[in-house]
Design a protein around this ligand. Structure first.
Ligand SMILES: NC(=O)c1ccc[n+]([C@@H]2O[C@H](COP(=O)([O-])OP(=O)(O)OC[C@H]3O[C@@H](n4cnc5c(N)ncnc54)[C@H](O)[C@@H]3O)[C@@H](O)[C@H]2O)c1
Ligand SMILES: O[C@H]1[C@H](O)[C@@H](O)[C@H](O)[C@@H](O)[C@H]1O
Length: 337
């Protein structure tokens, strides 16, 4: 492996909600990074984001951006359907990539990326499962691993968004939202998920016709544990992500306070819950980006990789089928090579 780079030159692809946040964070808060290239299909957006980052320029074609001379590593925050080609281009160039979840939107392409990375003989793909960098999730995993809860039997997850764009249908709720709990459960329990069932209660009146919001997703693991996930993305309330683990010797819950600021006025007390994922997981995104950048300067990555991305896609594929059919669906996953 070559000498670490002095300053990692990064291209950010897709600068909508998440990508513009990552680009700003990389440019202003992450050490050892220069954002050199910004790309977005919607060029005015790319221009606006680049204008706020000294030294950044716009490259209009995503593959050209990946192959630009002044780019050592890439952050991909385009929609899931665009990820496959862009991640593959990073592998072909042999540079580290942090790709937002989901790795891809179908199991075959996700598996192909696992194989493509293996063929490079290097570890270049990191997937944006930022909860693995959240202090509470890390503590919960350590508690479980240390035996503090005894054998963990059940995981209860709650994932509520105040709102989502109008096109966010039941399948996207699985592939874009539940994918976080799929990874969190794999991270906490250290085993694969083998089957998925989905219950569809009466939808909220703000859900478009035919959309199942909320849903209860039930994940079964290879050792027989169960995780439940309430996914509800149009609550109109706030961003609420909680996880409770029930073990043989005790229980542990994270996310209760949701970065709550408690206020007292007029003889009443109250507070504000994190309005969105950026506020709730700001620290996690920052740690994720810093560790990724530090590793990328050495030509590798440091976080959930291609296999984690593939496993999550495989579980979500089963989840999407469970939504469509109402059946319990077994996860079709290859053996890890
Ligand atoms: N980890 C998290 O918590 C988190 C949070 C939000 C979004 N995300 C992920 O980030 C990605 C982007 O989500 P978002 O909410 O920012 O979406 P968004 O729609 O706000 O932004 C996507 C941007 O990508 C651009 N784009 C679309 N196709 C492109 C292509 N082929 N090449 C270049 N640019 C393209 C669009 O013009 C848009 O500006 C998704 O994969 C999403 O799942 C992750
Ligand atoms: O893309 C977003 C993002 O991944 C958030 O972290 C999640 O809470 C949302 O449900 C999802 O829509």
């Amino acid at each position: 492996m070559s000498e670490p780079l002095a300053d990692l030159r990064v291209a950010v692809l897709g600068v909508g909600l998440m990508g513009s946040y990552h680009a700003q964070a990389l440019a202003t808060r992450v050490k050892g990074v220069t954002v050199t290239v910004i790309n977005d299909f919607f060029e005015p957006k790319a221009q606006e984001v680049a204008a706020a980052i000294p030294g950044a320029r716009v490259v209009t074609d995503p593959i050209e951006a990946i192959n630009a001379e002044d780019v050592d590593a890439v952050v991909i925050a385009t929609p899931g359907k665009a990820h496959e080609d862009q991640v593959r281009a990073c592998l072909q160039r042999g540079i580290p990539v942090l790709c937002e979840k989901p790795l891809t939107t179908d199991i075959a392409s996700a598996y192909q990326l696992v194989q493509d990375e293996l063929a490079t003989g290097r570890t270049l793909i990191q997937v944006g499962f930022m909860r693995r960098f959240d202090a509470e999730y890390v503590q919960l995993r350590e508690l479980i691993a240390s035996g503090g809860l005894g054998n963990p039997l059940i995981v209860h997850c709650t994932h509520r968004n105040p709102d989502v764009p109008p096109h966010f249908d039941s399948e996207m709720m699985i592939r874009d939202s539940v994918v976080h709990e799929v990874d969190a459960v794999r991270f906490l329990l250290d085993e694969e998920i083998t089957a998925v069932s989905v219950l569809k209660p009466t939808p909220t009146s703000s859900a478009p016709a035919g959309f199942h919001d909320p849903m209860i997703v039930i994940l079964e693991t290879e050792s027989g544990r169960i995780a439940t996930d309430e996914i509800f993305v149009r609550t109109g309330v706030a961003y609420e992500v909680r996880t409770e683990v029930v073990g043989e010797k005790g229980t542990a819950t994270i996310g209760l306070d949701q970065n709550l600021i408690r206020t007292g006025t007029d003889g009443r007390w109250g507070g504000q819950i994190s309005p969105g994922f950026v506020q709730r997981f700001d620290g996690a995104y920052h740690t994720e980006l810093q560790r990724w950048a530090d590793a990328a300067r050495r030509g590798t990555v440091d976080g959930p990789g291609a296999w984690d991305g593939y496993a999550a896609v495989a579980v979500c594929e089963a989840g999407a089928e469970a939504v469509r059919t109402g059946q319990r669906v077994e996860v079709a996953m290859a053996k890890r090579s």
